[in-house]
Design a protein around this ligand. Sequence first.
Ligand code: FAD
Ligand code: UDP
Length: 372
Amino acid sequence: MFDYLIVGAGFAGSVLAERLARGLNKRVLIVDKRAHIGGNAYDCHDEHGILVHRYGPHIFHTNSADIFDYLSRFTEWRQYQHRVRACVDGRLVPIPINLDTINTLYGLSLDPSGMREFLAAVAEKRDPVVTSEDVVLNGVGRELYEKFFRGYTRKQWGLDPSELDAQVTARVPVRLNRDDRYFTDSYQAMPARGFTHLFGNMLDHPKIKIMLNTDYREVRDMISFDQLIFTGPVDEFFDYRFGKLPYRCLEFKHETHHRPVFQDAPVVNYPNEYAYTRVTEFKYLTGQAHPFTSIVYEYPRADGDPYYPIPRPDNAALYKKYQALAGETPDVHFVGRLATYRYYNMDQVVGQALTLFSKLSGVKRVEAMALA
Ligand code: FAD
Ligand code: UDP
C-alpha cells in the first residue's frame, strides 16, 4: 500500500518523492518507463568512461537561492559558466549576440553606445511583440535575424519564428557588453558527480521504492495507492481525448573522438548549415580530464519521444482543455514540463514541484522545504 504513485523519475517526480518521503513520511512508489532515474537530465559514463548527457546538454542555472540550496542537499557543485558560439558566415561568434559578435561579423570596433546606435539603426520596431520573429526583428533587425535565428528556429521547431510565441527566442537576450556567457543567473553550476548521482541521493530513502522499465499503465491496477502524481505528457494521460498535443522531438547522435578536444566551445550552434542544430562537447561542462572527447549532435524531429512543448496559440488552446480536465481529476496531480505543457528549465520544474508539495503538505513553501 502506497500513499503516492509517482509517474516519472525526472526532476518533477523525484523532488516530490523526496519531499513526501523525507518531509511527510509518506510511502512512495516512483515508476519510470525508462531504464534509469533522472528523466531528461540523466547522465552516465559512456563506453570510454566520459560523462555524457544522454538527452542533450543540461546546465543548471537559477536565480532562486531556495532552489539552489534545496538541490545542494543532494550534491556538491562544480562552478560552471556556460558559453556558446554560433557558426555564422564561416566564423564562430558569441551567441547571445554581444559587442564582440557585431564587431567580429562587421569588422567594426564599436563600444557599447556605438552598438546601441548600430542596433537602433537596423532594428525593425514591432509593437506589440507577439511572435518569436517580432522579438528578434525588434531587437536586432532582419539581417541578424536571418543569420542567427530564422534557420535555427525553423530547424529546431519545424516552424517559422512568426508561428511561435515570443517566449521562445526571448530566451536568448542581446547584450551591449562583452559578456559571452549563455546565462547570467546568480547560480550556475553542474552537479560535481553528475545529475544521476544527484537523483540517486534524492531518492535514497527507505520509504521510496523505484520501479524502472515500467509504464505506469502496466501496474496502476495492481498497486494500491491513494494519490497519483503524473509527470508524463498530459494528453497521453487522458488517452488523447481532445487530440494529440504537439511536442517537438529530438534525435541525439553521440560520438567519441580519439583526441582531447573536438571544438573551440562547449556548444556550437549551426543556424544555417546541416540538419543538426548544435554540437555539445561534454568535457567543457563536466571538467573531466580524458585523452578522448565525447560530443552529441541534436537532430530535431517531428516524431519520437516528446522533449519540448511547442509554444504557440493553437497548442495553448488545446492544452487549456486538458488543463481543465486535469483540474476535474482531484486525486491526480500534474507537474513538470510535459504534464503542464510548459517550456520550463530544470530550476522551474523544481520550483513547480516544491510548490505542489507545499500544497499537498498544507504548509508554506519555505516551511515545506524544511520538513524533515
Ligand atoms: P522529464 O525529465 O521529461 O521526466 C518525465 C519522466 O516521465 C521521464 O523520465 C519519462 O520516461 C517518464 N514517463 C513519461 N510517461 C510515462 C509513463 N507512461 N509511465 C512511466 N514513466 C513515464 N533545463 C535547464 O535548466 N538547463 C538546460 O541546459 C537544459 N537543457 C535541455 C536540453 C534539452 C535537449 C532538453 C530536451 C531539455 C533541456 N532542459 C534544460 C530542460 C529539462 O530537461 C527539463 O526542465 C526537466 O528535465 C524536466 O523535468 P520533468 O521531470 O518535468 O520531465
Ligand atoms: N535560437 C536561435 N539561434 C540560436 C540559439 C537559439 O534561433 O543560436 C532560438 C531557437 O528558436 C531556440 C530558442 O532560441 O529554440 C531557445 O534557445 P535555447 O538555447 O534556450 O534552447 P534550448 O536549450 O531550450 O533548446
